[in-house]
Write a protein that binds this ligand. Structure first.
Ligand code: F6P
Length: 342
């Protein structure tokens, strides 16, 4: 059988580790052929492919990005999109597709599965906001980059007696902000799940000043919003899945804190630094295990399912139980972090 593999949506460190694992196991154990599909669903819409073999995937384990490329193309937003995808698959002789993606990309996989596409999903997003799995790959790399950024901001914040605000990714969930903030000793963590008030942040800063701590570190997820307000958007447009481009909540906070308190504030937007570069070891391991799990699902003919991590086991669940939902940060975990907001 010929297997296609694609990565869609925002990249996440570890995509290449999934590709490598799928190719190895598919060729060496199942005697399948594997073909790469370029730039997510766009490759299947436009018929753009890369042949893959053991040598083409050698040495890619530590590489960030995706050797396949990625895009936020939505075939359901194009006239005859789903038809073209199925036609191109047939023409290429592709029997099944391994789809590496987050909610949008896997949502397309589920809808195409209902139209007859044999596919299996691999959960990818630095945001860790997919339901049904304990972790998505890429998340731990993003957390470790954000934690390192906090460590570095810590020393300069302390030297200058400033408030430092670090804005991290996390459109609808605060996983990165929470874990990086907890690991990096943040004095306040703001997440989309819990609207904030400027007053509560100023209160934390004042409490610290009273005990002689004249600097504070605040981590904010890009999707965090003020009580009664909206997320702060960078620009008005939306992508093919209707996602807003968020950004700027850090600057909003910085300005508001300076208005209310006589303390200098600086803002760092970590942006795509937290998505680029080499995956940490735990993401390489998880991505590799997902890749092996995905090709096993293909071999067993278990289509329309996504590999998932439960405890220390790789399991699978139907895509329809995953898509269109978001795994929010458990507020019990947030209570742990709040102990340190003082
Ligand atoms: O992949 C999800 C994500 O990391 C979000 O947290 C963020 O809003 C988005 O990607 C930004 O992606 P891009 O700038 O590539 O559109």
């Amino acid at each position: 059988m010929k297997i296609g593999i694609l990565s869609g949506g925002g990249d996440a460190p570890g995509i290449n580790a999934v590709v490598r694992a799928v190719v190895r196991k598919a060729i060496l154990e199942y005697d399948y052929e594997v073909i790469g599909i370029r730039d997510g669903w766009r490759g299947l819409l436009e018929g753009s492919f890369i042949p893959l073999d053991l040598n083409k995937t050698a040495g890619i384990l530590p590489r960030g990005g995706s050797i396949l490329g990625t895009s936020r193309t939505n075939p359901f937003g194009r006239e005859d999109g789903p038809k073209d995808v199925l036609k191109n698959m047939k023409e290429q002789g592709i029997g099944a597709v391994v789809v590496i993606g987050g909610d949008d990309t896997l949502g397309v996989a589920q809808r195409l599965f209902e139209k007859g596409l044999n596919c299996v999903g691999v959960p990818k997003t630095i945001d860790n906001d997919l339901v049904g799995t304990d972790y998505t790959f890429g998340f731990h790399t993003a957390v470790s980059i954000a934690c390192k950024a906090l460590d570095q901001l810590h020393t300069t914040a302390e030297a200058h007696h400033r408030v430092m605000i670090l804005e991290v990714m996390g459109r609808r969930s605060g996983w990165i902000a929470f874990e990086a903030g907890l690991a990096g000793g943040a004095d306040a963590i703001l997440i989309p799940e819990k609207p904030f008030t400027i007053e509560e942040i100023c209160e934390i800063i004042r409490r610290r000043q009273k005990r002689g701590r004249y600097f504070s570190l605040v981590v904010v997820a890009e999707g965090a919003k003020p009580e009664g307000g909206q997320e702060i958007v960078y620009s008005k447009g939306v992508d093919e899945f209707g996602n807003l481009r968020l950004g700027g909540v850090g600057y909003y906070l910085g300005r508001e804190i300076e208005k209310k308190m006589s303390i200098e504030t600086r803002v760092v937007v970590l942006g795509h630094l937290q998505r680029g570069g080499s995956p940490v070891a735990s993401d390489r391991v998880l991505a590799t295990r997902y890749g092996i799990g995905a090709i096993n699902l293909v071999h067993e003919g278990k289509f329309g399912r996504m590999v998932a991590l439960r405890g220390n086991d790789i399991v699978s669940i139907p895509l329809k139980r995953v898509v269109g939902k978001q795994k929010k940060l458990d507020l019990k975990l947030y209570e742990v972090a709040k102990v340190f907001f003082a």
